[in-house]
Each structure stands twice: as C-alpha cells, then as structure tokens.
Design a protein around this ligand. Structure first.
Ligand code: GDP
Length: 414
C-alpha cells in the first residue's frame, strides 16, 4: 500500500548518520502502517517530531590550557576568534569552573568549556561530579601533545558513567610543518599523521584497554585531517532525535556535512508533510498562490541552515572583493524567485517535481501526492545545499552555463 511503500522507500535513501528517526520508531510506524492503523502511525511520528524539535545538545570540551581548547570551541560554534562572544584564546586559564558558550544561532546548543583535569587536582570521579557530568551528551578531551595518564583516567571514568568521549589532538598543522622543515627529503605526510595517531593511541590504551577514538585536527583547517571523521562519528553515536540539531549546529565545512544537513532537513519536511494530512490526491498544477513574503521567510531559514544568510554572504563577498549584490548573481538561489528567461517559480517547481519523479522511478511521486509546499521546501533545501557546495568548492560558482538550480546532483534522490 502507498504509505508503507513510500515510508520505506523514502527512508532507505538515508545513511544512518543522518537518520533523525530511531530504528525503534521506524519499526513501530511500519507496523502500524501495515495494520492500516494510520492514526497510530501519525501519533508516533508526531511524538518523534516533538522530540526532534525540543532536543538540546550539551557538549563538554575539556583539556589543559594552551592545547587549543578555546580555538576548537569557537570553531565548533562557527564563531571567529575575534568576534563578540568568542572564547578568549591565548590566555592562561585561571578558573576552576566550567564556562557555557551558547551556539550563536541555536539556543538549545551549548558548548561547555571545562578546566583541564590536571589543573584542578581532582580525581576523575570528583572532577566529573564537580563538572556536572550528567548534563552532557558527550565529552571531547583535547591535547596538543601526548595525551596524559590523567586524560586516560578521565576517559575511563566517563566510560564508567556510560557516556561517550572522544580524544582530539589539535595543532596537527604545526606538527606537519615542523616535520617538513626538519626532514624535507624524507617527509611523508601520511606517515607523520600515522605516527602521531599511534603514539596517542598507545599512551591511552595502557589505561583504557581498548582502541580509543583519537582524531587529529587543526583548528585552523577544520575541513582537513580528522575533523570530518569526528563529525561523522558523533552523528553515528548520537541518538537519532538529536542528530538534526547537531547537524544544524555544524558549519557547512565539507560536502559531506552539507549533504547530511540536506538529508536531515528533507526527512523532517517529509515527516511534517505526512502528519499535516498532505496526502491529497490532486495533481500538482497551477497552485502557486502563496504570497512571496512567506516563501521568502521559509527560504531564508534554509539559507541560514547552510550558512548562506545575508550576514554570511556579506563575509563571502568581502573575501571575493565584491559587493553582495554582484556576488549573489553567481549563486543559484536568487534565480529561483526571479523570472528567469520568462520562467516563473511555478515552472521551475514543476520541472523540479518531474526531476524528482524521474530519479525516483515514479511510484513514490505518483502514488502519494504531497501538497506543493512539500516540494517547494525540498526545492529550497536543494537550492541552498547546492549553493553551499558550489561555494565550498569555489568552482561552478562563476560558471554560468549550468542551469540555475537543479544542475547539481540531487544526491538523495539518486
Ligand atoms: P586554550 O588555552 O587551550 O584555550 O588554547 P587556545 O585556543 O587559546 O590556543 C592556544 C594557542 O594555540 C593560540 O595561540 C592559538 O592560536 C593556537 N592554536 C590553537 N589551535 C591551533 C591549531 O590547531 N593549530 C595551530 N597551529 N595553532 C593553534
């Protein structure tokens, strides 16, 4: 039957890391759908959506002073080191208390700066109690040199509390630079990285008796080295309902992150469409009547999710030495709303729907008719995500021969 088919078909497109609905809930919903108890299925979906909307995220970051903890926290929050509200970098830590750094766009996301355990003289258990360990979703333990016995003992205590921890070794760029300068002839980047990773692991394994999760990063080049891997691992480990907010909190630094964000937003729009009774059985023709202001608002929200809000665009334009308006011309999203070559938004939308139907092989789009708001939101998500990727790659952006909005791969539908 159509619900069953559509539900499964839709969700199987997404990787575990970006799934915002738990396996348990999926099973439950599928069972209700099969028994034709749609109201019950809807109520599970409603609950799941409520949990997604109200999810909060508290991330504990601990490490000794000078390790790059403040710089890492700012990078996680997407706040420049010199911006207002940034964690002060290059200063010696004196406080023994945790400090809260809220996410600039998401009030439910807080990153907590914890003093390094070494500077507190607490034993791991007392340290965790003092730092209110049960308020966090996971711990990140930072070091810029070797991890110390202290760090391993702390991780062990965190594990005993049934919580997740991740080791982050910062300043990898420095290590590589130094190594290259001292051994220009035999320098091998991969070998150096492996040596640092092994060295960290060996130290930690002695205390932990297991393969510890170690990630090598440079706070100045977050899209390089292991930071993308850390993001993926965190997504894997988080409970499904927290993935959405975590993804939204991340900067659009890699194509993978942008695609995960796209996936997560599309799932949310799909679930919302299911429960708002959009299973209308009318075809999608001539229905664009909404006032554009409202559409603009919705679209601006998606732009913001992908770091394409006006403030961010101004920064990009500065980097490219252009005015914002000149810069915007090179992005695809402004073309969505403009009458391009006599093509209205409605025409573009219907092309987009045809495109979706063709890549999904038809049945999904033809068995269930969603309201056009559903497709419009998907179009917006894709437009913003594709622009974010173009911007990231810096290529494609200034080549205008491609179509304005569906020329980039729409990965979820392929
Ligand atoms: P905290 O005391 O642990 O909060 O460390 P900070 O974030 O204040 O960083 C200490 C110094 O290391 C500052 O001068 C930073 O600019 C620098 N730093 C931080 N992270 C990195 C990194 O990944 N690579 C390099 N090369 N320097 C870093």
């Amino acid at each position: 039957m159509s619900w069953d088919y559509s539900f499964n078909t839709f969700f199987k497109n997404f990787k575990r890391e970006s799934k915002i609905i738990s396996e348990d809930n999926m099973t439950l919903i599928e069972a209700y759908i099969q028994k034709k108890q749609l109201q019950k299925a809807v109520s599970v979906i409603k609950n799941a959506l409520k949990n997604i909307e109200s999810a909060s995220l508290n991330i504990a970051v601990t490490g000794e002073t000078g390790t790059g903890k403040s710089t890492f926290i700012n990078a996680l929050r997407g706040v420049g080191q010199e911006e207002e509200g940034a964690a002060a970098t290059g200063v010696v830590e004196t406080t023994m208390r945790r400090i809260a750094y809220p996410h600039p766009k998401l009030p439910n996301v807080t990153i907590w700066d914890l003093p390094g355990i070494g500077s507190t003289n607490f034993r791991p258990e007392s340290y965790l109690t003092e730092m209110k360990f049960n308020e966090y979703d996971f711990f990140i333990i930072i070091s810029s040199t070797r991890f110390k016995e202290n760090d391993a003992q702390l991780a062990k205590a965190i594990e005993m509390m049934g919580m997740n921890f991740y080791f982050v070794r910062t300043k990898i760029d420095n290590d590589l630079d130094n190594e290259q300068k001292s051994k220009p002839k035999t320098f091998n980047k991969e070998k150096v990285l492996m040596k640092i990773r092994d060295d960290c692991s060996e130290h930690l394994q002695v205390a932990l008796f297991c393969e510890p999760p170690v990630f090598l990063v440079s706070n100045f080049h977050m899209s390089d080295y292991d930071f993308p891997k850390l993001e993926t691992k965190l997504l894997e480990d988080l409970p499904a309902h927290k993935r959405h907010i975590f993804l939204l909190s991340l900067q659009s630094l890699t194509e993978a992150t942008i695609n995960f964000k796209r996936d997560s937003l599309k799932q949310k729009v799909f679930l919302e469409a299911l429960i708002t009774g959009t299973l209308a059985t009318f075809p999608l023709v001539g229905m664009i009547m909404d006032d554009v202001e409202n559409l603009d608002e919705t679209f601006n929200l998606y732009r913001s999710c992908f770091g394409l809000d006006d403030a961010s665009l101004e920064n990009y334009a500065k980097d490219f030495n252009m005015s914002v308006n000149d810069f915007k011309v090179h992005l695809r999203f402004p073309h969505l709303f403009a009458e391009d070559n006599g093509e209205s938004l409605e025409n573009k939308l219907s092309k987009y729907i045809k495109h979706i139907s063709s890549v999904t092989g038809g049945p999904f789009a033809t068995v269930i008719y969603f309201e056009r708001a559903y497709y419009l939101q998907n179009l917006f998500i894709d437009a913003a995500a594709n622009d974010a990727i173009a911007l990231l790659n810096n290529k494609g952006l200034f080549e205008k021969e491609e179509g304005p909005y569906i020329s980039m791969p729409l990965n979820n539908w392929e």
